[in-house]
Design a protein around this ligand. Sequence first.
Ligand SMILES: Cc1ncc(COP(=O)(O)O)c(C=O)c1O
Length: 399
Amino acid sequence: MKSSLASEGGTPVRKEFLPFSLPMLGDEEKAEVLKVLDSGWITTGPRAFEFEKKVAAYVGASEAVALSSCTAALHVSLAVLGVGPGDEVITSTLTFCSTANVIIHLGAKPVLVDVRSDTLGMDPVEVEKKMTAKTKAIIPVHYAGHPCRMDDIDSLAASRSVPVVEDAAHALGAEYRGKKIGSLSRLTCFSFYPIKNITTAEGGAITLNDRELADKIRLYSLHGMSKDAWKRYSSRGAWYYEVLYPGFKYNLTDLQAALGLHQMDRLDGFLARREHIASLYDEAFSECEEVSSLHVERDVKHARHLYPILLNLEKLSIDRGRFIDELRAENIGTTVNFVPVHMHPYYRDTFGYGPGDFPVAEDAYERVISIPLYPRMTDEDANDVMEAVKKVASHHRKG
Ligand SMILES: Cc1ncc(COP(=O)(O)O)c(C=O)c1O
């Protein structure tokens, strides 16, 4: 006999709520933070610079600039490329709002494109249709940590000499055709928000292979000042500086970098753990008709930031919202990535988007749920997630 649903008074699959995500911070991070506090230098300085070196070395880029968020990284990237009023920037509609917001901040127009149905990554065929003489940059979004088809996107970009700025918020550790994400494009932006593959509480980075452009990013991200605080206040510094551009305040502090230094050391272990849990899910859901997993292409290494499941709604008597409520009653936390950008009121009303404009993203949005996937989870936690999904699916099977 089936055990009854927690929402109907049955016993939940687990006693304690399993959050959608939790960071994994250890004694090394704690000790490093205390060292920074004791040192008297808490803003951007030696730890941030060391963190930059680790990020650059890991992804195989010559430069990394650590910043306060991936949003900041995307904003500065477009600014140093000279994106401004009258320009268009192409990106995926299935992304976090900040990818599109930063384009608006610079006075340019976000030109949204639909995604591929198998990976939910930006569809190069749709990119080609939207390229015009005004296209000033392309921002592929590596949804869930699965790299987009970069060869196709790069050749489109190259055909019009348009730079590619990757939104790799989900993709630290991912690889495309044997190369790490972060080493491929003009600029790649990462996020170190608490749920990401590593965290600095809040933080981000841009990686690139261009020293001059990296210096420009450093300048733009700190008010446009010719010298950062370390160069002014440390024992070898000098007070005089000049403002060369009306820049932003987007630096990453040494306190944050203290976390990041040790998170980088653990990254490969984190990725292996994520891959292990994802493989358990892949197997479990391959036998569950009500649920589909996303496809993984053969020429990539998936960073496994998210594990989105797609509900096969024709086989279920409930919708996605109700499925999430049932999982919460079973003590499983989830989220939805993402409400497509064009469905948010600002974008819908400003650019006149309507239903059916991006059919693949809209269909995915109706059906998608991101389930817990993080290194701090035990196999038992993962089993609870699988059991809860199967329990809810079987109770609400149609017919
Ligand atoms: C695809 C994508 N891009 C950009 C961001 C922004 O990252 P941050 O919070 O570091 O600004 C996020 C954050 O969740 C994201 O998911």
